[in-house]
Design a protein around this ligand. Sequence first.
Ligand code: NAD
Length: 293
Amino acid sequence: WGYPIDVIRASRDSSQLLSQTRAMVGRLPNKVALVTGAGSGIGLESSILFAQEGANVVLVDINLDAAEKTAKIIASKHPNVRAVATKADVGKEADVKAAVDKAVQEFGRLDVMFNNAGIMHPKDDDALTTEEHIWDLTMQINLKGVWWGCKYAILAMRNNPTDESKGLHTGGSIINTASFVAILGAATPQLAYTASKGGVLAMSRELAVVHAREGIRVNSLCPGPLKTPLLMDFLDTPEKKERRLVHVPMGRFGEAIEIAKAALFLASDDSSYVTGADFTVDGGITSAYVTPI
Ligand code: NAD
């Protein structure tokens, strides 16, 4: 066919890899995943889905009760894997380091780091009214927290033992939750939140490039507006909801599980050639000018 021999060999290797992957149970067999914000919304659904797909999971949240509830759900639904809940404030470097250390102590490795915890402060507003302490708190959790999550995950992933028989390697997948507001401006401003999520996108891209040859992939997930407590507590009237929905081509808020499924793709080897991506899962909002009525 005129293909060089190394191309033919590579395609044979990849088809073998594919059939080996199919023979394994789930899409994250033998992997260890750490999820921040695991007590609610995207983090809750992703933790359950990762466990369903064969991963042992470390459930991190500032609300330990919520993380423990997630662990109980996993224990009842997926007894073949182990879920460990731990309290950490991702806005504190020592807490983030301790959470990553716990994953390595419990399971000997870290394959997936989902830096997902974030806040949207009710007093976060425009440039004129947002107070400095609200700006600082938002950056501390949403941006510095993700930086620390990446830092300690990279250090752990570099030391991951390789076990070919189990499909385990050094390196891993880091997923950072940004937002559609990192891409679009909103006339309902939350300046600190928007700036923090823009920082997550830019930082993730650079980390993806720096660490690409270590087998560490870094991608950003950009959810659209979702039906989770973070947004629904804030959009507490039909008018506030409608003000947003008119801009969503699909005409509805997303579900946390729809974001979890995208996180699973980025976490698994299905996305083995995806790094540095701004992965939008947003009902089409970032592609829209005029939406259907
Ligand atoms: P959520 O409020 O349902 O869950 C967030 C979880 O994070 C909670 O369990 C909370 O206790 C935990 N948390 C908060 N601060 C923490 C801290 N300092 N340390 C550790 N844990 C902390 O929110 P969600 O909608 O699932 O949001 C998850 C991520 O998705 C956030 O980063 C958010 O900014 C982003 N996001 C959400 C939407 C949306 O519409 N809901 C849209 C785009 C992006």
